[in-house]
Design a protein around this ligand. Structure first.
Ligand code: EPU
Length: 346
Protein backbone atom coordinates (compact mmCIF):
# COMPACT_ATOMS: atom_id res chain seq x y z
CA UNK A 1 0.00 0.00 0.00
CA UNK A 2 1.48 3.30 -1.13
CA UNK A 3 0.15 6.14 1.05
CA UNK A 4 0.80 9.62 -0.26
CA UNK A 5 0.25 12.77 1.80
CA UNK A 6 -1.28 16.16 0.92
CA UNK A 7 -2.36 15.32 -2.59
CA UNK A 8 -4.29 17.94 -4.61
CA UNK A 9 -7.69 16.56 -5.56
CA UNK A 10 -8.60 19.18 -8.20
CA UNK A 11 -6.52 17.51 -10.97
CA UNK A 12 -8.31 14.22 -10.23
CA UNK A 13 -11.69 15.74 -11.06
CA UNK A 14 -13.23 17.10 -14.27
CA UNK A 15 -14.28 20.35 -12.47
CA UNK A 16 -10.66 21.06 -11.44
CA UNK A 17 -11.60 22.61 -8.10
CA UNK A 18 -11.08 21.66 -4.47
CA UNK A 19 -8.33 21.26 -1.91
CA UNK A 20 -6.01 18.44 -0.90
CA UNK A 21 -6.54 14.95 0.37
CA UNK A 22 -4.67 14.50 3.63
CA UNK A 23 -3.80 10.99 2.44
CA UNK A 24 -4.38 9.25 -0.88
CA UNK A 25 -4.03 5.58 -1.78
CA UNK A 26 -4.53 4.04 -5.22
CA UNK A 27 -6.02 0.56 -4.97
CA UNK A 28 -5.27 -1.77 -7.86
CA UNK A 29 -6.98 -4.88 -6.46
CA UNK A 30 -9.72 -5.94 -4.07
CA UNK A 31 -6.98 -6.83 -1.57
CA UNK A 32 -5.58 -3.30 -1.81
CA UNK A 33 -9.06 -1.94 -1.10
CA UNK A 34 -9.44 -4.17 1.96
CA UNK A 35 -6.03 -3.27 3.34
CA UNK A 36 -6.64 0.45 2.80
CA UNK A 37 -10.04 0.39 4.49
CA UNK A 38 -8.48 -1.39 7.46
CA UNK A 39 -5.67 1.16 7.60
CA UNK A 40 -8.15 4.07 7.55
CA UNK A 41 -10.17 2.45 10.31
CA UNK A 42 -7.28 1.75 12.60
CA UNK A 43 -6.04 5.32 12.15
CA UNK A 44 -9.54 6.86 12.55
CA UNK A 45 -9.33 8.53 9.14
CA UNK A 46 -12.58 9.39 7.37
CA UNK A 47 -12.65 7.52 4.07
CA UNK A 48 -13.73 8.82 0.68
CA UNK A 49 -13.93 6.54 -2.36
CA UNK A 50 -12.84 8.23 -5.59
CA UNK A 51 -13.54 6.89 -9.06
CA UNK A 52 -13.06 8.97 -12.20
CA UNK A 53 -13.85 12.29 -10.50
CA UNK A 54 -16.32 13.28 -13.21
CA UNK A 55 -19.32 13.86 -10.99
CA UNK A 56 -17.75 15.56 -7.98
CA UNK A 57 -17.51 18.94 -6.35
CA UNK A 58 -14.60 18.82 -3.89
CA UNK A 59 -14.62 21.45 -1.11
CA UNK A 60 -11.88 24.08 -1.02
CA UNK A 61 -10.76 22.61 2.30
CA UNK A 62 -10.26 19.25 0.60
CA UNK A 63 -10.70 15.94 2.42
CA UNK A 64 -9.41 15.66 5.98
CA UNK A 65 -8.96 11.88 5.89
CA UNK A 66 -7.98 9.24 3.38
CA UNK A 67 -9.06 9.22 -0.26
CA UNK A 68 -9.12 5.74 -1.75
CA UNK A 69 -8.78 5.99 -5.51
CA UNK A 70 -10.17 2.87 -7.15
CA UNK A 71 -7.72 1.77 -9.86
CA UNK A 72 -8.83 -1.86 -10.23
CA UNK A 73 -8.34 -2.80 -13.87
CA UNK A 74 -9.07 -5.77 -16.11
CA UNK A 75 -11.80 -6.81 -18.51
CA UNK A 76 -12.77 -10.46 -18.99
CA UNK A 77 -15.17 -11.61 -21.67
CA UNK A 78 -17.30 -14.74 -21.96
CA UNK A 79 -19.99 -15.78 -24.41
CA UNK A 80 -23.36 -16.82 -23.04
CA UNK A 81 -25.85 -17.73 -25.83
CA UNK A 82 -26.57 -14.53 -27.83
CA UNK A 83 -25.00 -12.41 -25.10
CA UNK A 84 -21.43 -11.54 -24.36
CA UNK A 85 -20.65 -10.89 -20.71
CA UNK A 86 -17.97 -8.41 -19.79
CA UNK A 87 -16.66 -8.39 -16.24
CA UNK A 88 -14.89 -5.09 -15.78
CA UNK A 89 -12.67 -3.69 -13.03
CA UNK A 90 -14.20 -0.64 -11.34
CA UNK A 91 -11.17 1.50 -12.20
CA UNK A 92 -11.35 0.96 -15.96
CA UNK A 93 -12.08 4.07 -18.04
CA UNK A 94 -15.75 3.97 -19.01
CA UNK A 95 -15.42 5.23 -22.57
CA UNK A 96 -12.55 2.88 -23.33
CA UNK A 97 -14.80 0.03 -22.23
CA UNK A 98 -17.63 1.29 -24.49
CA UNK A 99 -15.18 1.41 -27.40
CA UNK A 100 -14.23 -2.22 -26.72
CA UNK A 101 -17.87 -3.36 -26.69
CA UNK A 102 -18.48 -1.62 -30.03
CA UNK A 103 -15.33 -3.19 -31.49
CA UNK A 104 -16.73 -6.59 -30.39
CA UNK A 105 -20.01 -5.75 -32.17
CA UNK A 106 -21.95 -5.91 -28.90
CA UNK A 107 -24.99 -3.67 -28.39
CA UNK A 108 -26.21 -2.20 -25.13
CA UNK A 109 -23.99 0.69 -24.09
CA UNK A 110 -23.20 2.37 -27.43
CA UNK A 111 -25.26 5.50 -26.70
CA UNK A 112 -23.31 5.88 -23.44
CA UNK A 113 -20.21 6.79 -25.46
CA UNK A 114 -18.12 9.78 -24.46
CA UNK A 115 -19.14 9.85 -20.80
CA UNK A 116 -16.16 10.68 -18.58
CA UNK A 117 -15.36 8.63 -15.48
CA UNK A 118 -14.72 5.04 -14.53
CA UNK A 119 -16.79 1.86 -14.78
CA UNK A 120 -17.29 1.62 -11.00
CA UNK A 121 -19.18 4.89 -10.90
CA UNK A 122 -21.75 3.83 -13.47
CA UNK A 123 -23.98 1.63 -11.27
CA UNK A 124 -23.83 4.16 -8.43
CA UNK A 125 -25.81 6.84 -10.26
CA UNK A 126 -27.20 4.52 -12.96
CA UNK A 127 -25.49 6.47 -15.71
CA UNK A 128 -27.76 7.19 -18.65
CA UNK A 129 -27.68 9.14 -21.90
CA UNK A 130 -29.19 9.19 -25.38
CA UNK A 131 -31.71 6.44 -24.70
CA UNK A 132 -29.80 3.89 -22.65
CA UNK A 133 -28.92 3.51 -18.98
CA UNK A 134 -26.56 0.99 -17.42
CA UNK A 135 -29.42 -0.57 -15.40
CA UNK A 136 -30.52 -2.27 -18.65
CA UNK A 137 -27.27 -4.21 -19.11
CA UNK A 138 -25.66 -4.64 -15.68
CA UNK A 139 -26.20 -8.20 -14.46
CA UNK A 140 -24.21 -7.97 -11.24
CA UNK A 141 -22.00 -5.70 -9.18
CA UNK A 142 -19.17 -7.08 -7.06
CA UNK A 143 -18.82 -5.04 -3.88
CA UNK A 144 -16.94 -4.93 -0.62
CA UNK A 145 -19.43 -4.66 2.23
CA UNK A 146 -17.78 -2.40 4.76
CA UNK A 147 -19.64 -3.60 7.86
CA UNK A 148 -18.63 -7.24 7.35
CA UNK A 149 -15.55 -6.75 5.13
CA UNK A 150 -17.03 -9.46 2.88
CA UNK A 151 -16.94 -9.39 -0.91
CA UNK A 152 -20.45 -9.91 -2.30
CA UNK A 153 -22.11 -10.08 -5.71
CA UNK A 154 -25.33 -8.08 -5.96
CA UNK A 155 -27.72 -8.98 -8.77
CA UNK A 156 -29.37 -6.32 -10.91
CA UNK A 157 -32.62 -6.28 -8.92
CA UNK A 158 -30.73 -5.86 -5.65
CA UNK A 159 -29.19 -2.61 -6.94
CA UNK A 160 -32.49 -0.66 -6.85
CA UNK A 161 -31.86 1.16 -10.12
CA UNK A 162 -34.02 4.14 -11.13
CA UNK A 163 -33.38 7.49 -12.85
CA UNK A 164 -29.87 8.58 -11.77
CA UNK A 165 -30.09 6.46 -8.63
CA UNK A 166 -29.39 3.07 -7.04
CA UNK A 167 -29.05 1.75 -3.51
CA UNK A 168 -25.40 2.87 -3.71
CA UNK A 169 -26.25 6.59 -3.72
CA UNK A 170 -29.48 6.42 -1.71
CA UNK A 171 -30.71 3.86 0.84
CA UNK A 172 -27.35 2.06 1.21
CA UNK A 173 -25.00 4.98 0.67
CA UNK A 174 -21.62 4.25 2.26
CA UNK A 175 -22.34 0.56 2.80
CA UNK A 176 -20.42 -0.85 -0.18
CA UNK A 177 -17.40 -0.17 -2.35
CA UNK A 178 -17.84 -1.23 -5.99
CA UNK A 179 -14.99 -3.51 -7.14
CA UNK A 180 -16.16 -4.93 -10.48
CA UNK A 181 -19.23 -4.68 -12.70
CA UNK A 182 -20.62 -7.34 -15.07
CA UNK A 183 -22.54 -6.30 -18.19
CA UNK A 184 -24.43 -8.65 -20.54
CA UNK A 185 -24.48 -7.17 -24.05
CA UNK A 186 -26.15 -8.44 -27.21
CA UNK A 187 -23.75 -9.94 -29.75
CA UNK A 188 -24.54 -8.57 -33.18
CA UNK A 189 -27.39 -6.50 -31.75
CA UNK A 190 -28.66 -3.34 -33.37
CA UNK A 191 -27.99 0.15 -32.10
CA UNK A 192 -30.67 1.99 -30.12
CA UNK A 193 -31.98 5.02 -32.00
CA UNK A 194 -34.62 6.29 -29.60
CA UNK A 195 -33.42 9.65 -28.29
CA UNK A 196 -34.56 12.72 -30.25
CA UNK A 197 -31.00 13.91 -31.01
CA UNK A 198 -30.11 10.53 -32.56
CA UNK A 199 -33.35 10.30 -34.55
CA UNK A 200 -32.53 13.71 -35.97
CA UNK A 201 -28.95 12.69 -36.76
CA UNK A 202 -29.76 9.54 -38.74
CA UNK A 203 -32.19 9.59 -41.68
CA UNK A 204 -35.44 7.72 -41.03
CA UNK A 205 -35.27 4.06 -42.00
CA UNK A 206 -31.47 3.92 -41.84
CA UNK A 207 -29.87 1.29 -39.65
CA UNK A 208 -26.55 2.70 -38.48
CA UNK A 209 -23.85 0.44 -37.08
CA UNK A 210 -22.85 0.50 -33.43
CA UNK A 211 -19.69 2.36 -34.43
CA UNK A 212 -21.69 5.00 -36.33
CA UNK A 213 -23.93 5.52 -33.31
CA UNK A 214 -20.92 5.77 -31.03
CA UNK A 215 -19.38 8.40 -33.33
CA UNK A 216 -22.69 10.30 -33.55
CA UNK A 217 -23.12 10.38 -29.77
CA UNK A 218 -19.58 11.67 -29.30
CA UNK A 219 -20.21 14.37 -31.92
CA UNK A 220 -23.50 15.40 -30.27
CA UNK A 221 -21.84 15.46 -26.84
CA UNK A 222 -19.03 17.61 -28.26
CA UNK A 223 -21.58 20.10 -29.61
CA UNK A 224 -23.01 20.40 -26.07
CA UNK A 225 -19.55 20.54 -24.41
CA UNK A 226 -20.37 17.24 -22.72
CA UNK A 227 -17.28 15.59 -24.20
CA UNK A 228 -14.02 16.34 -22.45
CA UNK A 229 -11.49 17.89 -24.82
CA UNK A 230 -8.37 19.87 -23.87
CA UNK A 231 -8.51 23.68 -23.75
CA UNK A 232 -12.32 23.92 -23.83
CA UNK A 233 -13.47 25.71 -20.68
CA UNK A 234 -17.12 24.83 -21.42
CA UNK A 235 -16.39 21.21 -20.55
CA UNK A 236 -14.58 21.94 -17.27
CA UNK A 237 -17.66 20.81 -15.36
CA UNK A 238 -19.38 17.86 -13.75
CA UNK A 239 -21.72 17.40 -16.72
CA UNK A 240 -25.35 18.05 -15.87
CA UNK A 241 -25.38 19.95 -12.59
CA UNK A 242 -29.05 19.23 -11.75
CA UNK A 243 -31.32 16.23 -12.21
CA UNK A 244 -34.35 16.53 -14.44
CA UNK A 245 -37.24 16.88 -11.97
CA UNK A 246 -40.06 14.33 -12.10
CA UNK A 247 -43.48 15.89 -11.46
CA UNK A 248 -47.17 14.95 -11.65
CA UNK A 249 -49.58 16.16 -14.34
CA UNK A 250 -50.94 19.00 -12.20
CA UNK A 251 -47.48 20.40 -11.55
CA UNK A 252 -46.71 20.17 -15.27
CA UNK A 253 -49.79 22.31 -16.05
CA UNK A 254 -48.72 24.81 -13.41
CA UNK A 255 -45.26 25.07 -15.00
CA UNK A 256 -46.87 25.56 -18.43
CA UNK A 257 -49.14 28.28 -17.01
CA UNK A 258 -46.11 30.20 -15.79
CA UNK A 259 -44.76 30.41 -19.34
CA UNK A 260 -48.13 31.47 -20.79
CA UNK A 261 -49.18 27.97 -21.76
CA UNK A 262 -46.25 27.22 -24.11
CA UNK A 263 -45.75 23.46 -23.72
CA UNK A 264 -42.58 22.84 -21.67
CA UNK A 265 -40.46 19.87 -22.84
CA UNK A 266 -41.47 16.66 -21.07
CA UNK A 267 -40.63 12.97 -21.16
CA UNK A 268 -42.80 10.13 -19.79
CA UNK A 269 -41.62 8.98 -16.34
CA UNK A 270 -44.20 6.29 -15.49
CA UNK A 271 -47.17 6.40 -13.05
CA UNK A 272 -48.69 9.30 -15.01
CA UNK A 273 -45.69 11.45 -14.12
CA UNK A 274 -43.41 13.40 -16.44
CA UNK A 275 -39.76 14.33 -16.37
CA UNK A 276 -39.19 18.04 -16.99
CA UNK A 277 -36.02 19.40 -18.56
CA UNK A 278 -33.87 21.05 -15.89
CA UNK A 279 -31.93 22.83 -18.67
CA UNK A 280 -35.16 24.41 -19.90
CA UNK A 281 -36.25 25.42 -16.37
CA UNK A 282 -32.86 27.03 -15.78
CA UNK A 283 -33.08 29.08 -18.99
CA UNK A 284 -36.70 30.09 -18.42
CA UNK A 285 -35.66 31.34 -14.98
CA UNK A 286 -33.24 33.78 -16.59
CA UNK A 287 -29.96 31.87 -16.57
CA UNK A 288 -28.77 31.80 -20.15
CA UNK A 289 -26.01 29.76 -21.77
CA UNK A 290 -22.71 31.61 -21.41
CA UNK A 291 -23.73 33.43 -18.20
CA UNK A 292 -20.70 34.41 -16.20
CA UNK A 293 -20.10 35.07 -12.49
CA UNK A 294 -16.39 35.73 -12.33
CA UNK A 295 -14.52 32.45 -12.70
CA UNK A 296 -17.69 30.33 -12.83
CA UNK A 297 -20.56 30.36 -15.24
CA UNK A 298 -22.98 28.38 -17.33
CA UNK A 299 -21.65 26.53 -20.34
CA UNK A 300 -22.06 28.37 -23.64
CA UNK A 301 -23.36 25.13 -25.17
CA UNK A 302 -25.68 23.68 -22.50
CA UNK A 303 -27.56 25.49 -19.78
CA UNK A 304 -27.42 22.55 -17.37
CA UNK A 305 -23.64 22.61 -16.95
CA UNK A 306 -22.02 24.90 -14.40
CA UNK A 307 -18.45 25.43 -15.58
CA UNK A 308 -15.12 26.48 -14.12
CA UNK A 309 -13.76 29.06 -16.54
CA UNK A 310 -10.41 28.93 -14.79
CA UNK A 311 -9.39 29.54 -11.20
CA UNK A 312 -12.83 28.89 -9.71
CA UNK A 313 -13.24 27.73 -6.12
CA UNK A 314 -15.80 25.29 -4.81
CA UNK A 315 -17.39 28.25 -3.00
CA UNK A 316 -17.88 30.01 -6.37
CA UNK A 317 -19.62 26.92 -7.74
CA UNK A 318 -21.85 26.64 -4.68
CA UNK A 319 -22.83 30.31 -4.93
CA UNK A 320 -23.96 29.89 -8.55
CA UNK A 321 -25.72 26.62 -7.72
CA UNK A 322 -27.66 28.42 -4.94
CA UNK A 323 -28.48 31.32 -7.24
CA UNK A 324 -29.85 29.02 -9.95
CA UNK A 325 -31.84 26.96 -7.44
CA UNK A 326 -33.37 30.13 -5.95
CA UNK A 327 -34.24 31.44 -9.42
CA UNK A 328 -36.00 28.22 -10.46
CA UNK A 329 -37.76 28.00 -7.08
CA UNK A 330 -39.07 31.58 -7.42
CA UNK A 331 -40.21 31.18 -11.01
CA UNK A 332 -41.65 27.64 -10.93
CA UNK A 333 -41.85 26.47 -7.30
CA UNK A 334 -39.51 23.59 -8.18
CA UNK A 335 -36.50 22.59 -6.09
CA UNK A 336 -33.71 21.43 -8.42
CA UNK A 337 -31.63 18.59 -6.98
CA UNK A 338 -27.91 18.70 -7.76
CA UNK A 339 -26.55 15.67 -9.55
CA UNK A 340 -22.86 15.72 -8.52
CA UNK A 341 -21.57 14.38 -5.23
CA UNK A 342 -20.29 17.03 -2.78
CA UNK A 343 -17.11 16.00 -0.99
CA UNK A 344 -15.72 17.48 2.21
CA UNK A 345 -18.37 20.14 2.79
CA UNK A 346 -19.33 19.10 6.35
N1 EPU B 1 -32.45 22.32 -23.23
C1 EPU B 1 -32.45 23.67 -23.05
N2 EPU B 1 -31.26 24.33 -23.04
C2 EPU B 1 -30.08 23.70 -23.23
C3 EPU B 1 -30.07 22.30 -23.42
C4 EPU B 1 -31.27 21.64 -23.40
O1 EPU B 1 -33.50 24.27 -22.86
O2 EPU B 1 -29.05 24.36 -23.17
C5 EPU B 1 -33.74 21.60 -23.22
C6 EPU B 1 -34.25 21.34 -24.60
O3 EPU B 1 -35.65 21.42 -24.56
C7 EPU B 1 -33.80 19.92 -24.87
C8 EPU B 1 -33.95 19.30 -23.49
O4 EPU B 1 -33.56 20.35 -22.61
O5 EPU B 1 -34.60 19.28 -25.80
C9 EPU B 1 -33.09 18.07 -23.25
O6 EPU B 1 -31.73 18.41 -23.46
P1 EPU B 1 -30.62 17.28 -23.64
O7 EPU B 1 -31.00 16.35 -24.74
O8 EPU B 1 -29.30 17.94 -23.75
O9 EPU B 1 -30.71 16.42 -22.31
P2 EPU B 1 -30.75 16.82 -20.76
O10 EPU B 1 -32.05 16.36 -20.22
O11 EPU B 1 -30.38 18.24 -20.51
C10 EPU B 1 -29.85 14.49 -20.00
C11 EPU B 1 -28.82 13.99 -19.04
C12 EPU B 1 -27.44 14.05 -19.65
C13 EPU B 1 -27.44 13.21 -20.92
C14 EPU B 1 -28.51 13.77 -21.88
C15 EPU B 1 -28.67 12.95 -23.13
C16 EPU B 1 -29.71 14.44 -16.82
C17 EPU B 1 -29.64 15.32 -15.62
N3 EPU B 1 -28.88 14.76 -17.81
O12 EPU B 1 -29.59 15.88 -20.20
O13 EPU B 1 -26.53 13.46 -18.75
O14 EPU B 1 -26.17 13.24 -21.55
O15 EPU B 1 -29.80 13.76 -21.20
O16 EPU B 1 -29.33 11.76 -22.80
O17 EPU B 1 -30.49 13.50 -16.86
C18 EPU B 1 -25.09 13.99 -16.92
O18 EPU B 1 -25.83 13.30 -16.22
O19 EPU B 1 -24.07 14.56 -16.43
C19 EPU B 1 -25.42 14.16 -18.32
C20 EPU B 1 -24.69 14.93 -19.12
Amino acid sequence: MDIRENIPLAPLTTFKVGGNARYLVEARSADDVLATVEYARSNHLPLFILGGGSNLVVADAGWPGLVLKIAIGGVSERDNADKKEFEVGAGEDWDKFVALTVARNCAGVETLSGIPGTVGGTPVQNVGAYGQEVAETITSVRVLELATMQVRDLGNSECGFAYRTSIFNSSERGRYIVLRVTFALTLGGTARIAYADLKKYFPEGSSPSLQQVRDAVREIRLSKAMLIVPNDDDCRSAGSFFKNPIVDAAKYEEVAARVNGNAPPKYPAGDGKVKLSAAWLVEQSGFQKGLSRGPVGISRRHSLAIVNRGGATAADILALKNEVQAGVRDKFGIELTPEPVFVGFE
